[in-house]
Write a protein that binds this ligand. Structure first.
Ligand SMILES: NC(=O)c1ccc[n+]([C@@H]2O[C@H](COP(=O)([O-])OP(=O)(O)OC[C@H]3O[C@@H](n4cnc5c(N)ncnc54)[C@H](OP(=O)(O)O)[C@@H]3O)[C@@H](O)[C@H]2O)c1
Length: 302
């Protein structure tokens, strides 16, 4: 990589934006994905944006794809049905629904549903809906898929995180925002930090599966437009397409069992989780996250 390219990567803007994707893509090796034919994937939040682009690419590669989301209308608008993609309604913040979801046999699970909720919404009076849906809901779904055996041994589990987590140290002290004023950006970054930690921890606890997590860069999707309208407007020409945002997730799935488990990826390269050393959580906080998720799991089983 040239000195100029290295500087562009450090700039963040010229890395997370479309020019960053295009520069990184020049180094991409040809992708062998013929083994995806006939595989079955479940993509949460697959009715629009990055998830829908991923579902489309998987379907076009010959995989069977099931997408979830809260709104059937969004699925209808996605045009995915014409590619044979199936839709299952699922709110990731509804833990009971996640636990009762009828699961077919799968080769991969992509935990992609997410976004920023404008107003504070509590789930069970314990967690705001961002943490509940993106962290706990996905934890329950991952465990169900693995422990019920519906996810084939060697199958892929992917979590779509965000570069926003780079700025955040995991904080589990006020997940229902009773002590602090609700801040959607902080909550989102915290949930995305929790996801990359889950990726590492679960990869150790479930060695039969291939875990990965990624951030897609800045992608001009509905979630970004709704959550950060000013940012979206300012960067409109620089934002990545949905396909570019989905590329690294697709690449991780296409690597199958060749992919080292538990790593964090951006533009098909493994990246560090803590470029800012003060964002590293303590081992105790990491354990608290795992205990918190496991406790909800145990409650749901009873
Ligand atoms: N766009 C970016 O620049 C960017 C950057 C970093 C990370 N990401 C991450 O990429 C993922 C996809 O987002 P996107 O940008 O593609 O946004 P999007 O187009 O709005 O897609 C979000 C998807 O998630 C679903 N969803 C949202 N909340 C849900 C919930 N509680 N339960 C079930 N489904 C839910 C949505 O469907 P319903 O609304 O119908 O439920 C939709 O299918 C998210 O995890 C997001 O945090 C995006």
């Amino acid at each position: 990589m040239s000195m100029l390219d290295t500087l562009k990567d450090f700039s963040i803007v010229y890395s997370f934006d479309r020019s960053g994707y295009q520069r990184h893509a020049r180094q991409f090796a040809p992708l062998e994905d013929s083994h995806l034919i006939g595989k079955r994937f479940l993509v949460t939040g697959g009715t629009s944006g990055i998830g829908a682009a991923l579902a489309q690419r998987l379907a076009e590669a010959g995989s069977e794809v099931i997408v979830t989301g809260r709104s059937a209308e969004r699925f209808e608008q996605s045009g995915l049905e014409s590619l044979g993609v199936a839709f299952v309604p699922l709110d990731m913040a509804d833990f009971k629904a996640v636990m009762q979801l009828n699961l077919p046999e799968l080769d991969g699970l992509v935990c992609n549903a997410g976004g920023m909720t404008e107003q504070l919404q509590l789930v069970n009076n314990e967690y705001d809906v961002i943490f509940a849906s993106q962290v706990i809901g996905h934890y329950l779904l991952m465990r169900r898929c693995m422990e019920s055996g519906v996810l084939a041994s060697g199958g892929s589990v992917h979590l779509t995180s965000s570069g926003g987590m780079y700025l955040k140290k995991l904080n589990l002290d006020d997940l229902c925002w009773q002590e602090n004023r609700y801040d959607k950006v902080q909550s989102y970054a915290n949930a995305k930090r929790a996801q990359v930690i889950l990726n590492e921890e679960l990869s150790r606890r479930y060695p039969d599966y291939v875990f990965s997590s990624s951030h897609p860069g800045w992608v001009g999707t509905q979630a970004l437009r709704d959550a950060l309208p000013g940012f979206t407007k300012r960067l409109s020409k620089r934002l990545r397409s949905d396909d570019e945002g989905a590329d690294t997730i697709y690449w991780c799935l296409a690597q199958g069992e060749q992919l080292p488990s538990g790593q964090f990826w951006f533009d098909r390269q493994s990246r560090p989780l803590y470029p800012l050393p003060w964002t590293r959580e303590t081992q105790t906080t990491r354990q608290r996250l795992m205990t918190l998720c496991a406790t909800v799991w145990a409650e749901q089983l009873n």
